[in-house]
Design a binder for this molecule. Sequence first.
Ligand SMILES: Nc1nc2c(ncn2[C@@H]2O[C@H](COP(=O)(O)OP(=O)(O)OP(=O)(O)O)[C@@H](O)[C@H]2O)c(=O)[nH]1
Ligand SMILES: [Mg+2]
Length: 281
Amino acid sequence: MTVIQWFPGHMAKALRQVKENIKKVDIVLELVDARLPESSRNPQLSEILQNKPNIIVLTKKDLANTVKTKEWVNYYEKNGSPALAVNSLKDSLKSIERKITDVLSTKIATQKERGILHKRIRVMCIGIPNVGKSTLLNHLVKKNVAQVGNKPGVTKSQQWLKAGKNLALLDTPGILWPKFEDQIIGKKLALTGAIKDTLFAKDDVALYTLEHFLKNNPKKLTERYHLEEGDLQKTPVDLLLLITKKMGFQYDYDRASDRLILECRKGKLGTYTLDEIPAAS
Ligand SMILES: Nc1nc2c(ncn2[C@@H]2O[C@H](COP(=O)(O)OP(=O)(O)OP(=O)(O)O)[C@@H](O)[C@H]2O)c(=O)[nH]1
Ligand SMILES: [Mg+2]
């Protein structure tokens, strides 16, 4: 199996900049992908956060399983981290502004007592590449000031944005970490678009995708690729070969893998959540 190479040099620099600027902000929005909340949390970022107030924002909730997203939000809240889920393309995001003032209510009250009434709250937005940081910030600013794109590595440097009279927002480049504890995490991140497409083996990720859907939502696979009941007994490798033929690509399973991954990202196989909530210990 191919090992995923995902850690380009510029990410170390981006991490250094986050460390430098964390002192200058009041609160951090830690964005994670609702389809893989825990696997898309960068452990290095969690370390840097330490006692800084922060909110876990599960993005792309429209692409994730609704019930599981609610469970994940509850899980984080129960474990002491304020959390909420958003679809940055549709939601008003007022919920984020409310949550920020909630979390900082004591600090804001103290400032008021001291006569400081109109101090902008400084918010840093961090997370893995392509999780939707710049999209969410543009939405809060109500202007398309930060560059966005459906590929990892769009934001190259930090940028301050002003939202209304109350918020100053810091956009940051997406950061992954140098070593995944588990290759499955790499596959989940590759499937959902956090790792550049040229850096991983498509067939490995396609096979992981088929394994996931065979186990969790075989009906969607059957519908999308016109499978027969018995096809669901096949191994992921045989199923990939069959789907390749059904797509009209003969033996070109690389091309079929590409298409399968793209369709899954676009939600053509329905909503899905790849991470399971850890069992209560
Ligand atoms: N479906 C869906 N797509 C989203 C959502 N938020 C962002 N996106 C899409 O995700 C892609 C990446 O968004 P960006 O805002 O550029 O992501 P980023 O985290 O700033 O990425 P980098 O700058 O590369 O680290 C874009 O195609 C967005 O339209 C969401 O809530 N739902
Ligand atoms: Mg960005």
